[in-house]
Ligand binder design. Structure first.
Ligand SMILES: [Zn+2]
Length: 280
């Protein structure tokens, strides 16, 4: 859990001036071609992940877009010697904020997403997709196969479909370097579950494609997640489904103006059915 402390902080990029105080982007080097770009001062404490191959790089998520003085695209471009394609872990507002600044945007080749592409490859996101009134149209320039590895140039990345937080959620795995990037499925803070069965299945999928020698990175809070968290989250969801009363606490929380229950079991906290809060 404390492995994050061993990361090398190679740079702090500061907005030159403007509406935000302090250091907006924090860059951590996992290795010479993998970076975590975090926004610790943002509303959701997001992290994005830059995965660089010899021909192409993928940036997983576009950041919040809350810093109007310097974009996530500018920061990612400063780190990558090869062209970057933006790939979104899912379409919620806090992951797509900086998407319009990217020239190349990829889409996982999931049939239910491909069916929504227009003739000129536009994916029109809805309020339900983004959980906000601020919708967006994405010009898709590349499709990434799901399940089989994609080649970035001497670097292969596997895209897995891992719904449960959102229907379109994906996880990226670098098997050679043993990294797993889980988006909003697994991270250290309060988890938001939309579909318990899908969530459990997605945890099983990640488990089936990895082992405890892999390092997991999530999109909110402290980026690195202990591998054991996978099993803990699964156990907590199963307890919820069973109604076995084994939770340490069940607390009420006002979530975007709507009262919700937060279930706590050990260091796992989650809320179920959060998307109804955003129904308009
Ligand atoms: Zn989300």
């Amino acid at each position: 859990m404390k492995q994050l402390l061993t990361f090398t902080i190679v740079a702090i990029i500061t907005a030159s001036c403007g509406t935000h105080q302090g250091d907006w982007y924090q860059i951590q080097e996992l290795d010479r071609s993998t970076y975590i770009i975090s926004e610790p001062l943002s509303s959701q404490r997001n992290s994005c992940f830059l995965i660089i191959g010899e021909q192409e790089a993928i940036l997983l998520d576009a950041g919040t877009g809350e810093n109007k003085m310097q974009s996530m695209a500018q920061v990612a471009d400063s780190l990558s010697p090869v062209p970057i394609t933006l790939l979104l872990s899912h379409f919620h507002f806090d992951h797509i904020g900086g998407a319009s600044d990217f020239k190349a945007i990829g889409l996982p080749a999931l049939p239910f997403l491909m069916n929504r592409l227009s003739a000129d490859s536009i994916l029109a996101l809805t309020k339900t997709d983004v959980l906000s009134d601020d919708t967006l149209c994405l010009k898709i320039s590349k499709l990434y196969s799901v399940g089989t590895a994609i080649d970035l140039g001497k670097r292969k990345i596997q895209v897995l479909h891992t719904p449960g937080h959102s229907k379109a959620s994906i996880t990226l795995i670098d098997h050679a370097r043993r990294y797993i990037f889980t988006g909003d499925l697994i991270y250290n803070d309060l988890l938001l579950i939309n579909n318990c069965e899908a969530y459990l299945q997605s945890i099983n999928t990640i488990d089936a494609h990895s082992n405890s020698g892999y390092r997991i990175f999530g999109s909110h809070g402290t980026a690195e997640v202990n591998y054991k968290h996978l099993a803990k989250v699964k156990k907590a969801i199963l307890a919820y489904q069973a109604g076995d009363g084994s939770f340490d606490s069940i607390k009420n929380l006002c979530f975007f103006g709507t009262p919700k229950e937060v279930y706590q079991k050990g260091d796992v906290a989650f809320m179920v059915g959060y998307t109804d809060v955003f129904d308009h």
